[in-house]
Ligand binder design. Structure first.
Ligand code: B12
Length: 209
């Protein structure tokens, strides 16, 4: 499929001025949005990550690719909205302290919203204390934590331990995800679930409420 490659290349090369026109056109043509996201956009980020790891590109290029991808996703977002009127449950989502990666989190939020959940997005780089305060206030059924760095992953355990200390652990399901996170890690830190991608996040959330 030529268009998937075109989108992938546009994101890898940070064509942030062209991406909206390209994605709008594809939406008009009625392409499979899931395939566009998975095989065009996410696949591009994997290549960007490899290039960065090999020192072929550096942070500024990685950032332009991220902006390009987010611009494309923003156009797809309204199309994923479900038609449920009653929210299925409330989910608080954030990226943990020390970590500003948010594309994966935003994608998970898009899919969860599309599936009828009410999402409160607390953003990125959120400290344990800030998060606990907001959880007390919002009282969500589910908390979703995202981490993309091996150095920020331990924050997930800190959040779970803090929920425990505050007597909140039993009232909230915690799901975790992000590229370096896996099921084994999720089990080890006492999370209720791990999702490898946005579709798995939706499955988990449905199981939890
Ligand atoms: C884009 C990017 C950036 C952008 C982020 C912009 C943004 N707004 O997000 C910028 C340029 C800012 C950046 C900065 C850095 N980055 Co960076 N970045 C990436 C890159 C290329 C893509 C990440 C991405 O968006 N992927 C696409 C999304 C859709 O995938 P995802 O996040 O994994 O999410 C999916 C799943 O994991 C899951 N999921 C995610 N969250 C959750 C949550 C729940 C609850 C569930 C169920 C599921 C789930 O669902 C999502 C959808 O399928 C990755 C490489 C990679 N392949 O991951 C490196 C990468 C993560 N970065 C890396 C590094 C080193 C850095 C920096 C330290 C670089 C530096 N020297 O400054 C800084 C750190 C900044 C910080 N403090 O956070 C390394 C991490 C290495 C490691 N072992 O920790 C990587 C792996 C690159 C590499 N190969 O070296 N980065």
């Amino acid at each position: 499929m030529g268009y998937l490659n075109e989108i992938k290349e546009a994101i890898i090369n940070g064509k942030h001025k062209e991406i909206e026109g390209m994605v709008s056109q594809l939406i008009k043509e009625g392409v499979d949005l899931k395939q566009l996201i998975d095989e065009g956009m996410i696949a591009a980020m994997d290549v960007v990550g490899e290039k960065f790891a090999n020192s072929e590109i550096f942070v500024p290029e990685m950032l332009v690719s991220a902006v390009t991808m987010q611009k494309g996703l923003d156009l797809i977002k309204p199309l994923l909205k479900g038609d449920e009127t009653e929210p299925k449950g409330t989910i608080v989502m954030c990226t943990v302290k020390g970590d500003i990666h948010d594309i994966g989190k935003n994608l998970v939020i898009m899919m969860l919203e599309g599936a009828g959940f009410k999402i409160i997005d607390l953003g990125v780089d959120l400290s344990v204390d800030q998060l606990i305060e907001r959880v007390k206030e919002i009282q969500p059924e589910i908390l979703g934590l995202s981490a993309l760095l091996t150095t920020s992953m331990p924050q997930m355990k800190k959040v779970i331990d803090a929920l425990d200390d505050q007597g909140l652990r039993k009232t909230i399901k915690v799901m975790v995800g992000g590229a370096p996170v896996d099921r084994k890690f999720a089990d080890a830190i006492g999370a209720d679930g791990y999702g490898a991608d946005a579709a798995e996040a939706v499955k988990l959330a449905r199981r939890f409420v």
